[in-house]
Design a protein around this ligand. Structure first.
Ligand code: ADP
Ligand code: MG
Length: 213
């Protein structure tokens, strides 16, 4: 069953709640290897998005995603605002004209979001960033869909792959972003951006569960 606009709005709202819930955890993580603002940044951005959600109800899916991205870019200072913002805007552009999202469409959104993050941040996997969670999640999602799983089943597998990626970030040193200033001293710490993007995937999974898709 395809995802509707209501499911997309639900996903955004769940992600807003999660960024509120995990604000301190993400901030503590960023305190260890960055400047201690990731939770604050993501909470501020998604709260601004949440406040705009009522005005998004009448928009198309692509316009909603673009609106989320633009709000994140304009309200979040720091690296994560433009990175998440570009991801949402690119995902929206990839869904132009779609009234519902098929399982394959969601795979295309993953691809577009990753392309946005890469074009903005010039990182690749293995550099201790959000890419280390979302790239394996995208691969796991697409494999699951290809083998006939439902959207929610595939997102469940994707979330597991993302958490594995989060664990992997603990074992490597950062070569992009603020944490790269620490060099080898960044090893042993979990990347905050990889963690928040895993909560984003978890939010999508929960929206899917809620809709029974
Ligand atoms: P800042 O580093 O400006 O304080 P945040 O603390 O909000 O911004 O976000 C930090 C997170 O952004 C990191 O944990 C990492 O996952 C992600 N990040 C930083 N630089 C890049 C990049 N070039 N590409 C992808 N992700 C990045
Ligand atoms: Mg920071």
């Amino acid at each position: 069953m395809a995802a509707t606009k209501k499911d997309v709005l639900n996903f955004v709202q769940i992600f807003d709640q999660k960024m509120e819930e995990h604000r301190q955890e993400l901030t503590d993580m960023d305190q260890a290897i960055g400047d201690g603002d990731h939770g604050i940044n993501m909470n501020r951005g998604m709260k601004a998005v949440g406040e705009k959600l009522p005005t998004f109800q009448d928009k198309t899916i692509d316009a909603i995603l673009k609106g989320v991205g633009m709000t994140l870019v304009s309200t979040v200072g720091g690296a994560s605002g433009p990175l998440y913002g570009t991801a949402f805007m690119r995902a929206g552009m990839a869904m132009k004209g779609e009234e519902e999202l098929s399982a394959e469409d969601i795979g295309k959104m993953f691809d577009a979001a990753i392309e946005g993050i890469v074009s903005r941040g010039k990182a690749t996997t293995g550099e201790k960033t959000m890419l280390d969670a979302i790239v394996p999640a995208k691969d796991a999602y697409n494999e699951s869909i290809a083998s006939g799983k439902t959207i929610t089943e595939a997102l469940t597998v994707a979330e597991k792959a993302a958490w594995k990626g989060v664990d992997y970030t603990k074992t490597i040193k950062a070569t992009k972003g603020r944490a790269s200033y620490l060099g080898d001293r960044s090893i042993g710490f979990q990347d905050p951006g990889a963690t928040s993007i895993t909560y984003m995937i978890q939010s999508a999974k929960e929206a899917g569960e809620k809709a029974g898709k």
